[in-house]
Design a protein around this ligand. Structure first.
Ligand code: PXL
Length: 276
């Protein structure tokens, strides 16, 4: 494998998951599988097992800013992946730094709450999140629940009219939206990638990414974190958005199929499925 430094310098800005299945720890592992050593700035410490999150402790916005400042003193990253952000102040701190490097691709996984129900970003911070962060991203990767909260549409509308949800999200300013259908029903896992048309803002190009749903007897932890990091890693390798998303989704499907379980909690992804 090529030496990590030659393959890019990713920056991850995300919450710590000490169980190792999601968050910052998952992101760093995924980047490593693509041959990249990621810089990693924690935005929050969580207390959790693989089964549930019991506490979220925000990192003070000034401390997030100073970590970013010192990490970036070594030069700009080749790609940025943003995950959990715990409050409006941290959202602003991250947005301020990203505004200084507008040519760097940013993949944002809008983790508003954990699947076990623990709130991460307070509802009152969502308008700031949309205005200063979603607006600046290359790609935003909501699931249906997150898309409903970000757009103000009902979840039923997001499920029945995904193109409306994608168009509404694109109006906030990102270049592309990956609306994930993984938490829905049925025997297929259908994601939709909506890409802004620079010539006609009202008509995004939408690609349907259809994969077989792998029967899940137990939840898998960290799928959204791993998918967004895999896409970001592929962008850092110079792949175009659509092939990067297609290949990352195929990687994730294999990682879910190979997931393992130590106790009664959620399974961990098969990290070896990632890599290019
Ligand atoms: O999977 C979403 C997620 C992201 N980041 C952290 C998490 C979780 C889910 O538990 O703990 C830190």
């Amino acid at each position: 494998m090529t030496r990590a430094a030659a393959r890019g310098h990713p920056l991850v800005i995300a919450g710590s998951d000490p169980s190792g299945g999601a968050g910052l720890q998952a992101d760093v592992k995924v980047f490593m599988r693509y041959g990249m050593s990621a810089a990693a700035v924690p935005t929050a410490l969580t207390v959790q097992s693989t089964a549930s999150v019991t506490h979220v402790e925000p990192v003070a916005a000034e401390l997030v800013s100073s970590q970013l400042h010192d990490v970036l003193a070594d030069g700009p990253p080749t790609v940025v992946k943003v995950g959990l952000l715990p409050d409006a102040e941290v959202v602003q701190a991250v947005a301020r730094v990203l505004a200084t490097m507008l040519d760097v691709p940013v993949v944002l996984d809008p983790v508003l709450a954990s699947s076990s129900g623990q709130r991460f970003l307070p509802p009152a911070a969502v308008p700031e999140f949309l205005r200063s962060l979603v607006a600046r991203c290359t790609l935003v990767t909501p699931n249906q629940i997150e898309a409903a909260e970000l757009t103000g549409l009902t979840q039923a509308t997001v499920v029945d009219q995904p193109l409306q949800a994608i168009a509404t999200l694109l109006e906030f300013g990102p270049q592309a939206v990956l609306l994930k259908g993984g938490h829905g029903g049925g025997d297929r896992s259908v994601d939709r990638l909506g890409i802004r048309d620079p010539r006609d803002r009202s008509k995004p190009r939408v690609v349907v990414l259809d994969a077989e749903r792998i029967p899940e007897r137990h939840a898998v932890h960290g799928t959204g974190c791993a998918l967004s990091s895999a896409i970001a890693a592929r962008l850092a390798l110079g792949q175009m958005l659509e092939p990067a998303v297609r290949a990352a989704k195929a990687d994730l499907t294999r990682a879910i199929a190979g997931a393992t379980r130590r106790t009664s909690g959620a399974r961990q992804l098969d990290w070896t499925a990632f890599g290019a």
